[in-house]
Each structure stands twice: as structure tokens, then as C-alpha cells.
Design a protein around this ligand. Structure first.
Ligand SMILES: [Zn+2]
Length: 242
């Protein structure tokens, strides 16, 4: 048992007893970590407010023998204030945290996934584009080794023009031609955006202005991630109610 330091993002928290909280962190060095933060629900406590998701923090933790470590120090790196003042952005940030929590493994270092999450939160906070969340979900899936095949038909492997790829099937893992079509329909405009995202040109996709194709990609990315984690993203349910 020892003290250790970590850079983390607060993914989720819930109440424990009168004054404490359990916090789930994504960390660069230790993967997903669950820890108790003592006294944080007292307004005068030193840690109060610093551990509200989606904060990016520098942590000192005490390692215990159990499942839960203990938070001993927190310094704020970024509160992502641009997200906290905007309901729609905050919802999307929460959906990204939810996806990250499902995908990240406990105590397994994954600096690449951590960086992906921090960058996406930062972009959504500072330079919001309607495609930030979708871009994050697509990159997360690719990081998991499940990158969809979008350069041709995933079934017959026929190399076709973008306009001949008319469908996308999540189970098959990619786009399909007219002959093999199954799954959901996809427009050439949406497929173009997906190719940018998966082809290392996410920055170019983020510059695009709002359009029906962007909404199509947004929905597709959510469907793909929900298929992978085998559950719905609860954070997004509030959007369909507003
Ligand atoms: Zn085909």
C-alpha cells in the first residue's frame, strides 16, 4: 500500500454515506481507477467541486488492498468551463465519459485512450463542432481494434465508387454495395465524413458546418459504440426529451 500520483479525468461519481463520494477516474498511468473522496460533499471541504465530471485533474491517491483507493490530493488541470455552461455540449461530454468508462479497463494503463478523451473534451469545450462526439466515438472504436471498413464493400470486397456504397452494417463492420446491402442506409456525404475521421483527417471533419450528413454520422457513431458496449448511452436520453 502506497501513495501514487496520476493524471485523471473524472468520469462519474456517486454518494457514499453522509459526506463522501466514490469517484471513477480515467487515468493515463493506471487505466480506470475507483476511489473514495472523503468529505467532498461538505461545501467547505478542500476537494469540494474539484471532482465534478468532466474535470481533468492531477491526483494523489492512496492505494488500498480493496477495490477502492483513497483520493488524498486533487489539483485542477482543466475544468472545461465551456462545457459546464452549455447543456448540449455537457450532455455530449457526459456521453463521451460514459463510453470511455465502458471501454477502459481497470488498472490497465492506456495513455492513448486517455489522450483521446482529454483532447476530445478540450475541443468540445473550446472549439465546439457538431462532430466532436462522433469523432471521439469513431476513434475509440478504432482504438479498440474494431475500425469499420469503409473503403469498399465489406462483404464482396468489390471496390466501388463512394456513391455505390449505399449501406452500413454494424454487425458486418462496414459499408456495403447495392448488391449486398443490409443494415442501415448511408449517404455518400456521411460516408465521406466517416472516411475523413478514420483516415487521420478528423480536423478537416471538425471544420464542417452543420448539415444533415453530420447528423447522420452523429447517429451512426452512437449506434456503433452502443453496439460495442452492448448498452445504450444514458446521457443522450435527455436530448430526445428536449
Ligand atoms: Zn458487396
Amino acid at each position: 500500500m502506497a501513495l501514487y500520483r496520476a493524471e485523471g479525468v473524472v468520469l462519474r461519481r456517486w454518494k457514499l454515506g453522509e459526506a463522501d463520494r466514490i469517484i471513477v477516474f480515467a487515468t493515463a498511468e493506471h487505466g480506470k481507477v475507483r476511489a473514495v473522496a472523503r468529505g467532498v460533499r461538505k461545501t467547505k471541504a478542500k476537494l469540494a467541486g474539484k471532482l465534478d465530471p468532466p474535470a481533468h485533474v492531477s491526483l494523489q491517491l492512496f492505494e488500498t488492498r480493496g477495490d477502492l483507493d483513497i483520493v488524498t490530493q486533487v489539483e485542477t488541470i482543466n475544468r472545461f468551463s465551456g462545457l459546464r455552461d452549455d447543456f448540449h455540449r455537457l450532455v455530449r461530454a457526459m456521453a463521451m465519459l460514459e463510453a470511455a468508462e465502458q471501454v477502459m479497463q481497470e488498472r490497465e494503463p492506456d495513455p492513448a485512450m486517455f489522450t483521446l478523451l482529454v483532447r476530445a473534451l478540450d475541443t468540445l469545450s473550446n472549439k465546439p463542432s457538431p462532430l466532436v462526439m462522433a469523432g471521439f466515438m469513431m476513434k475509440l472504436i478504432a482504438h479498440e481494434g474494431l475500425e469499420p471498413y469503409v473503403d469498399g464493400c465489406v462483404l464482396c470486397e468489390e471496390e466501388t465508387a463512394i456513391s455505390d456504397l449505399v449501406a452500413f452494417d454494424i454487425g458486418e463492420g462496414g459499408t456495403l454495395c447495392q448488391n449486398c446491402r443490409r443494415g442501415r442506409a448511408i449517404t455518400p456525404e456521411a460516408l465521406y465524413i466517416v472516411r475523413l475521421m478514420l483516415g487521420g483527417k478528423l480536423g478537416q471533419a471538425l471544420e464542417m458546418v452543420d448539415s444533415p450528413a453530420i447528423h447522420e454520422v452523429d447517429h451512426l457513431a452512437v449506434e456503433i459504440i452502443e453496439h460495442h458496449i452492448e448498452r445504450r448511452l444514458k446521457s443522450l436520453a435527455v436530448l430526445s426529451q428536449t
